[in-house]
Ligand binder design. Structure first.
Ligand code: NAP
Length: 515
């Protein structure tokens, strides 16, 4: 069994305790162990701040972008190995691994390219100077400077590759050293990628660090100028928010948490739009066995379509083969662990007690793996009274599970979507451009992203659940209130903004561009 060591202070260090074990969720075999007990976390952060941060900030944005490009090459060179680890540790079929591994490489390449075009040297100007006195004798200019602290990246189990690089790319491009703490259950892939990049000796010492496991004092050792970017459950986010370093010292915190995302069929209710919705729902329920924070959990359709759309989704779910991802006939692999399987089964039972079941994979799907594997077949629920249902807008069953509900009119659909109390994404399927534009504005009130799908974009649209680096990823309220990605917007989290007030000719010297 492989011991996943921690990379801190420029060297690999093993923890002192017994740690926890990572398993193959299908075969049940032990694969690796994580352990960071006894690691000197304060020394890790200090080395990252003083060595990594100083070296990164000495480079221009374009020079840091060039380093990201080299990291991309290392990841591409080792891609097959990452696919193998994902199959074994996350139970994913090839297409699902691609979402994580190729999604990571694409996101990193995107930031490498974006950064290569930045002409700023050591800071970024925010807009033009604003006059503060008559005849512009005194003015104010906002600037963004890379923050001097360390970025602690705490990630969820479902995206060990993308989850690392979608955060690391804007952080490193900004000149901020990172310490990644992957979720223990699937830490192997994150660890392997970090190991390969460290071995390639691309980044300055201290810029990239990894802590595996859950050591004491992870947050205690942060200081007020550090930041935390967290992805995981709302409960863990709440615990972390309560930590004195965050609550008292003002450590900046970004949270991406859970979300009950929606898909809405427009009231124009055309067959073409309905087909697009059905296809997207089935895709979203089954990619990565529904373990995507952005997956469709609630489906809203005009009352007249409730039954027919439910049947159309059910008949497609029936054709999905579920089981061991090593079997080429299998389209949907397993959940990441047997603990997750127990949680999903409990969630399904909770919803089943209050809803009708329109497709029950528990009865209709033969799982192509041993019964004790972490495979779970899809389940589609139907709720005919969505206004009063106790759970449909509340619980996120983090597996291949969704609920379809009827709405009366457009306002009703928007109101139901809002019941998620802040979600990452809503998608709208329609052939009425006016309705889609209206829906976008109304849904933006409570969503971080809105996807508008009509037949014109059927082939080109990037998918309800795909977080593209060009677009904001995050959502208000229950979704955590965070923001990630969205092109250069992502860099803001890793910079401090200050207003500089002075004579206009002095302000003019603030930011010489790179030659
Ligand atoms: P989780 O249990 O909240 O864990 C997330 C991370 O936090 C893991 O690395 C975990 O470490 C760590 N952690 C837990 N308690 C901690 C503590 N007290 N101090 C420091 N670290 C702590 O979430 P998960 O089960 O991995 O992920 C599933 C959830 O994440 C779902 O609800 C899903 O919706 C959400 N998610 C959201 C997004 C998004 O972008 N919005 C993306 C993916 C997933 P260990 O693994 O070592 O316990």
């Amino acid at each position: 069994m492989i011991k996943l060591a921690n990379y801190s202070q420029g060297r690999w260090q093993e923890g002192k305790g017994s740690g926890s074990t990572l398993y193959d969720p299908v075969l049940g075999t032990a694969l690796a162990s994580v352990n960071a007990d006894g690691l000197d976390i304060a020394a890790c952060y200090d080395f990252a701040r003083t060595q990594g941060g100083t070296a990164l900030r000495a480079l221009t944005y374009a020079e840091r972008a060039a380093l990201l490009k080299q990291v991309v090459q290392v990841l591409q060179d080792n891609r097959d190995k990452y696919y193998d680890i994902s199959t074994r540790n996350s139970g994913t079929v090839k297409n699902d691994t691609a979402v994580d591994v190729d999604g990571a490489i694409y996101t990193l390449s995107y930031y490498a390219k974006l950064g290569s075009k930045l002409t700023d040297q050591s800071l970024r100007l925010d807009g033009e100077p604003e006059s503060l006195a008559k005849e512009n004798a005194f003015a104010s200019q906002h600037i963004h400077v890379p923050l001097r602290g360390v970025a602690l990246l705490i990630n969820a189990f479902n995206f060990p590759a993308w989850g690392l690089w979608e955060k690391a790319a804007p952080a490193l491009l900004s000149g901020v050293p990172i310490v990644v703490k992957p979720a223990s259950a699937t830490a192997w892939l994150t660890h392997e990628m970090v190991k390969d990049v460290i071995a390639a000796n691309i980044l300055p010492a201290g810029a990239l660090n990894i802590i595996c496991g859950r050591p004491e004092g992870l947050l205690d050792a942060l200081n007020a100028l550090d930041i935390v970017s967290f992805t995981g459950s709302a409960d863990t986010a709440a615990t972390l928010r309560n930590h004195p370093r965050l609550r008292h010292d003002g450590v900046r915190f970004n949270a991406e948490t859970d979300s009950v995302n929606s898909a809405i069929l427009g009231p124009d209710n055309t067959d073409a739009a309905a087909d697009l919705l059905v296809r997207e729902v089935v895709r979203e329920m089954t990619i990565k066995s529904g373990q995507k924070c952005t997956a469709i959990r609630r489906i809203f359709v005009p009352e007249a379509r409730y039954e027919s759309i439910g049947k159309a989704i059910a008949s497609k779910l029936k054709t999905i083969t579920v089981g061991d991802p090593r079997n080429p006939e299998v389209r949907m692999g397993s959940l990441v662990s047997r603990q997750q399987k127990d949680a999903i089964i409990a969630g399904i039972e909770q919803l089943a007690a209050n809803s009708e079941i329109l497709f029950d994979g528990r009865k209709e799907t033969t799982i192509q793996a041993a019964p004790e594997s972490a495979c779970v077949a899809p389940v589609l629920f139907g709720v005919t009274k969505p206004d009063t249902h106790p759970l449909a807008h509340k619980i996120e069953v983090f597996g291949p599970v969704a609920t379809i509900m009827p709405y009366r009119d457009a306002e009703h659909a928007f109101e139901l979507a809002r019941r998620g109390m802040g979600s990452l994404v809503a998608s709208v399927y329609s052939e009425d451009p006016q309705f889609m534009a209206q829906a976008a504005v109304r849904l933006a009130e409570s969503h971080g992203r809105v996807l508008l799908v009509n037949p014109e974009v059927a082939k080109t649209q990037t998918g309800h659940g795909n977080a593209m680096p060009q677009s904001n990823h995050g959502g208000p309220g229950r979704a955590g209130g965070g923001e990630e990605l969205g092109g250069l917007r992502a860099l803001r989290f890793y910079h401090r903004t200050a207003a500089v007030q002075g004579a206009p000719d002095v302000l003019g010297h603030l930011a010489p561009s790179a030659p």
